[in-house]
Each structure stands twice: as C-alpha cells, then as structure tokens.
Design a binder for this molecule. Structure first.
Ligand code: D5M
Ligand code: FE
Ligand code: ZN
Length: 483
C-alpha cells in the first residue's frame, strides 16, 4: 500500500512530503482521498510538485464545507453517491401458483390479453375480430391468435394453427411470398401474433404477420456509467478468479490505463444478470468441476470478491445456476443462501426477469435461458448472436415465447415474461458470449462470462468470450478486457 500510494501520486507528477503522506495514509479511505486529491490538483491545473500536510488539511476542510455536492468530488467517490434507483417490475413477491390446470389456462389467457392489447393498437389490426367471427367472414380478416402448431405442407408452404378464446384457425403462408415467408420462419409456438389474410374455405391465406414490435426510442442523457456482468460462476474450477480480481481492482480505480481508470471513476451501478455462482447439482457430475462444493460458501466467496466494491450500487438477479426456483420468473436470490451478500448495504436483489431504473435509465434484466430454445428452433438464431435473439424477443414482446421446452416457466396467474415496457437497456447473459447492438435506440447487451470453456461447452462447441466487461459509459458502449 505504501508504495502504491506514492506511485499513484508520482504517476500524476505529484510528490508528497512526510506529513502529507501520513495524513493520507491514515485516512479511513486513503485510496479515495488520494484519487480526489489528484483529481482536484490535476483539474485545477496547479503546477504543484510537492503536496504538503497543510494542503491535505485544507483540502479536507474544503470538502466538508462543500458537503460533497460539487461535481468532481461526487464523482471521485469519496463521498456517498446519491442513487435514484427504483425496481419497476419484480416478480419475487408476486410469483405464486398451486400448479392447477386453471392457473395454466389463466397464464395463457393473461399472455394473450397483454399482447392482444399491444397488437390491436396498431393500424393494421384495428379491426381485429374474434377467430370465431373471422371463420364466417368472406372478406379480408384481421385476427390475433396464439400459435398452436407449426408445420409444412408437402410443397413446403408454411401451415400454422392459431387460437384465441373463441376458436382456432389454420393459416397458410405461401412460399412464393418471400418476405412473408421469412417473417413466418421466425414465428414460434405459443407466441401471440396478429394476422391479416383472406379466407379460402377452411384456411386463412395470410398476407401479413404482425409482431407487437417496439417503437424507436429517444436516447436518454446519462452523466454516469453502468457496468454489466453475468455468469461469473464463482465456485467452479473454471471460474477465472485472477481476471475477476483485476476487474474488481479496475472498479476501484487500481487497474487499467488512464482512460479505463477514468471510466471506473464514473461507475455508479453494477448489474449482474444471473449465474453469479456455479451452484451445486445443476447437471450430473458437476461436483468434479467445482472448487467450492458448498452452495453457501460459493455465495460467501461472491460476497468476499464483491465486498471490495463500495459506493457503487450492485443489482443481482438470479440465473439457472443460482440457488433459486428454476421456473421463470425466478424470484430474487433467497437471503438464506446469500447472507453475506445481503449484509452489504449497496446490494439490491431482483427477480429474473426484472425491470429497474438507474437514474432514469430503464433496464430490463433477463438471464437468457430461453435463448437455448430459440437457437434450437429458429433458423438464423444462435448462441453466438444473442443480440439478434434479443431483437427478436423485443419484437415479440416476450422473453420466453416457447412454452415447455428447456425453459421451465411457472404457470402463474400472470405472465411476467411479457415485455410490457420498452426499456432503454436490455441486459442478458447465459450464452457466455458477449454481444452488443443498438436496436431502435435500445442498448442490447450480453455480458459474456468469467468462466472459461467447460466440458459441456466443449461438446457443444460453445466458445465463450471470457472476462470482457461491457460498460455503458455515459451512453456509449465500451468493452473492457481483463483476460
Ligand atoms: O450455460 C452455459 C452455456 O451452455 C450457454 O452458452 C448456454 C449453453 N447451454 C446450457 N444449457 C443448455 C442446453 N440445455 N442446451 C443447449 N445449450 C445449453 P449455463 O447456464 O451457464 O450452464
Ligand atoms: Fe451461465
Ligand atoms: Zn445460465
């Protein structure tokens, strides 16, 4: 620490006299004090080369007077930041079901109704009618239905069955209609879509297939930075602890080049989108790949590593490796498993999915389990390009449209996986491969992993991008590497 402190000042071309050194070193947050002193001296452009004890006293007095309100000091993290943090949607407390069949049908009815509302606001579906009525109509009809079945005819036309509360209807998408056929290829089972078409006997010949979609949004100003993490898999023998420690050092302004440190100094929030630990019993034979075989100790280790991050708000959502109910929505991490994390006063726990607001930046957090199903089902979607999957989910306005495949969904009375609000940021993990895209003004971020390739991933040829951390730095995306 001694030489660290002196080096810090030396790098900024500032020398310390003995008293200054003692005063700074004995301060209860010497690192922060050093940073703000350097910041202050450099910003003022003073050509000081020797910092004396008196000057340190003066600085501390000034600081008290200013009461932490001046901009550079607030940013230097010496004083507590003010967080305008809100949890806008969280399924933790709302998630309840007794698994009876009536919940199952009310779950689908709720999904249908929420998306029906979005679709029927659209010009093309203003005259949408119940399927039962559409079956009798001779004209062009507009309907909204949940997709029941998808098949192909012998001539490779696409055949789908859609359903609402009043009935079912079969529709045909002719493969001559290339654009429509392409749109139809992205439709998945259980998603709610709008269809415009004309009736021919018992079939509806589709001319338009309509997703609820998202409008283009205006970019919001932000005078701070947000760091996105996921899939650290602490406890796994493939967890990249050294790289993660470098990341934590960077968060504290002790690692990286000048520009990177500047970004670190600007960080106000750290969001973690699940799989913070590797968990236990997640797959057969997992204990052979664990360094920490106890779930409590895995979370203790997570708290130990994250404990060094102070004055940044940390938001934690669970993933499929966490000690949580697996069915989505997953409630927030239970306190019982993560006591040490709960004791940190800068940590917030939210469900998967959830919607939060960080100083007005609305962020949708979803671990990304449904990506496995979408990558399996839809041509052109893969783990490598989760940004395209995220775009597709936004268009469908649902985080896990396919029911009953790999993504276990709880049959709730309400469908919490409908994307009701359009976020500024859509943050996911799970695939262990970083991706970023800006779509209609929305930042689509997948935050990769801190776990090197596992045996399972070798089999499936999944090549992770490790220790690369996306930072939304005052509205622009930066990818910082710690490997
Ligand atoms: O997921 C780690 C990686 O493994 C991620 O790329 C998804 C992939 N994965 C996980 N489970 C499956 C299934 N069932 N099918 C296909 N791909 C999968 P993690 O959640 O960290 O284990
Ligand atoms: Fe993971
Ligand atoms: Zn996962």
């Amino acid at each position: 620490m001694t030489s660290d402190l002196i080096l810090k000042f030396a790098n900024a071309e500032i020398l310390l006299d003995d008293t200054a050194y003692r005063k700074i070193n004995s301060h209860n947050d010497s690192k922060e004090l050093a940073d703000s002193l350097i910041n202050d001296l450099v910003n003022n452009g003073d050509s000081i080369f020797l910092l004396t004890g008196e000057m340190v006293d003066e600085f501390l007095e000034d600081l008290e007077e200013k009461d932490g309100l001046s901009e550079p000091i607030r940013q230097s993290k010496l004083l507590p930041q003010e967080f305008d943090f809100q949890i806008l949607q969280d399924a933790s407390k709302k998630s309840y079901t007794n698994g009876e069949i009536k919940d199952f049908s009310s779950y689908f009815a709720n999904r249908y109704h929420k998306i029906w509302q979005m679709l029927t606001r659209k010009q093309e579906l203003k005259n949408a009618q119940p399927i039962k009525n559409a079956q009798r109509s001779e004209d062009v009809v507009e309907v909204v239905g949940m997709v029941n079945d998808i098949r192909y005819t012998k001539k490779n036309h696409k055949f789908m069955e859609i359903e609402d509360e009043t009935g079912t209807m079969s529709l045909l998408v002719h493969n001559d209609n290339h654009q429509l056929y392409e749109d139809a290829e992205r439709i998945v089972k259980d998603q709610v879509v709008g269809v415009v078409g004309s009736r021919k006997g018992s079939l509806l010949m589709a001319s338009q297939i309509i997703n609820p979609g998202v409008p283009r949004i205006d970019e919001k100003q932000m005078n701070f930075s947000v760091v996105f993490l996921s899939d650290t898999h602490i406890g796994s023998s493939t967890f990249l602890e050294k790289a993660f420690q470098r990341f934590i050092m960077w968060m504290n302004g002790d690692y990286g080049d000048e520009l990177q440190r500047e970004i670190a100094n600007d960080v106000k929030y750290l969001v973690i989108a699940g799989d913070i630990v590797d968990g236990i019993g997640v797959y057969p034979g997992q204990d052979k790949e664990l360094n920490i075989k106890d779930i409590y100790q895995q979370y203790e280790e997570a708290a130990r590593l994250l404990g060094d991050v102070t004055n940044v708000k940390i938001i934690i959502a669970p993933g499929n490796h966490d000690a949580c109910r697996l069915a989505e929505p997953q409630p927030a991490l239970p306190e019982e498993y993560a006591k040490d994390l709960y004791q940190m006063n800068n940590v917030e726990f939210v469900s998967n999915p959830s919607l939060i607001s960080m100083d007005g930046i609305k962020t949708l957090i979803y671990h990304g389990r449904s990506f496995d199903d979408l990558a399996m089902t839809v041509k052109g979607l893969s783990h490598q390009n989760s940004d395209i999957i995220m775009k597709e989910l936004l268009e469908k306005r649902h985080l896990a449209p396919i029911y009953g495949e790999r993504t276990p969904l709880a049959s709730e009375i309400e469908d919490h996986l409908v994307i009701e609000d359009v976020p500024d940021v859509f943050h996911t993990g799970h695939v262990h491969i970083n991706s970023y895209k800006k779509y209609k003004g929305i930042h689509l971020i997948n935050s990769g992993t801190f776990q090197s390739q596992t045996e399972f991933q070798k089999i499936y040829n999944i090549v992770p991008t490790c220790a690369q951390v996306p930072v939304l730095n005052r509205g622009s995306m930066k990818l910082l590497k710690f490997n």
